[in-house]
Design a protein around this ligand. Structure first.
Ligand code: NAG
Ligand code: NAG
Length: 260
């Protein structure tokens, strides 16, 4: 018998099927090729991925803030870290100042509108190696290739902090097919989501939450959000940044809080 668990792609959920807890089907890549990618830690412990969208702001999934968007001073953000155990250079670490989740975020409605912005207490020096990613606000085509990346864990129920960056290519599914394959009344696939899966069940997994799904033009089209297990052949669910509700909020928030 085959049991399926619905999991946010966040680490250390007790019900997580962690057997394949890393980007499933990916390969190790150099973080220098993804200079906008960060990992997010709470009290030093790895939680999630994210992306630098301005020198002072990180885009991530709302569920990465674990219901505590008002208490983020213990969150740090690490850029250009290949493996989670690598000693971070001080210039690649910043602390959170405040954060805001989408006003439409609905953790009890299938993690609808799963997006947040973290404002850092001090900007990254982007004249150095760290750099920024743009957000792709364009409506997504029915089919597209996306690149996902993250530092999910390597072994079931172990805390292996030496996971190194994994990258994989996946394909977006048309929305109707996504809804048919995995939508349920309890966990609807809404207009603030899209789903995608790669060849041979390539998928995001717990620990990859909040990381960007990059379009071919290398802009952020989605964020890793949730799935039914991972690597089991079910498509993973991503936050759709181009949805009107999300893009409206995000554009204003970023303009007001992230530049200057
Ligand atoms: C995705 O990538 C594959 C292989 O590079 C290519 O053949 C295909 O046309 C791409 N699909 C889209 C929708 O761009
Ligand atoms: C999928 O699996 C087949 C057979 O093992 C392999 O040849 C192919 O390269 C795999 N594709 C990806 C994207 O890993």
């Amino acid at each position: 018998m085959f049991q399926v668990f619905l999991v946010a792609f966040l680490l250390l959920q007790p019900e997580t099927d962690a057997r394949k807890s890393k980007i499933f089907g990916g390969e190790t890549k150099s973080v220098e090729d993804y200079p906008y990618l960060v990992n997010i830690r709470r009290g030093g412990t790895f939680r999630c991925g994210g992306a630098l969208i301005s020198p002072s702001c990180v885009l991530t999934a709302a569920h990465c803030l674990e219901g505590r968007p008002d208490r983020v001073r213990d969150l740090s953000v690490h850029a250009l870290q290949q493996c989670l155990n690598d000693a971070p250079a001080p210039e690649h670490v910043r602390w959170a100042w405040y954060a805001k989740v989408s006003p439409d975020y609905a953790p009890r409605r299938g993690l609808d509108a799963d997006v947040a912005v973290i404002r850092l207490s001090r900007p990254f020096d982007i004249s150095g190696k760290a750099s920024l990613a743009k957000i792709d606000y364009n409506e997504l085509p029915r089919h597209m290739n996306l690149t996902i990346m993250g530092w999910g864990m390597t072994e079931e129920n172990t805390q292996d902090w030496n996971q190194c960056l994994q990258v994989a290519e996946i394909q977006k599914l048309p929305q109707g097919e996504c809804i048919r394959r995995i939508g349920t009344p309890q966990h609807p696939v809404t207009g603030n989501m899209f789903c995608a899966i790669g060849e041979n069940a390539t998928d995001a997994c717990p620990g990859d939450s909040g990381g960007p799904a990059m379009s071919d033009g290398r802009a952020i089209a989605g964020l890793v959000s949730w799935g039914y297990g991972c690597g089991r052949g079910y498509p993973g669910i991503y936050t759709r940044l181009s949805s009107p509700r999300i893009s409206f909020w995000l554009k204003y928030f970023v303009a007001d809080h992230c530049w200057g």
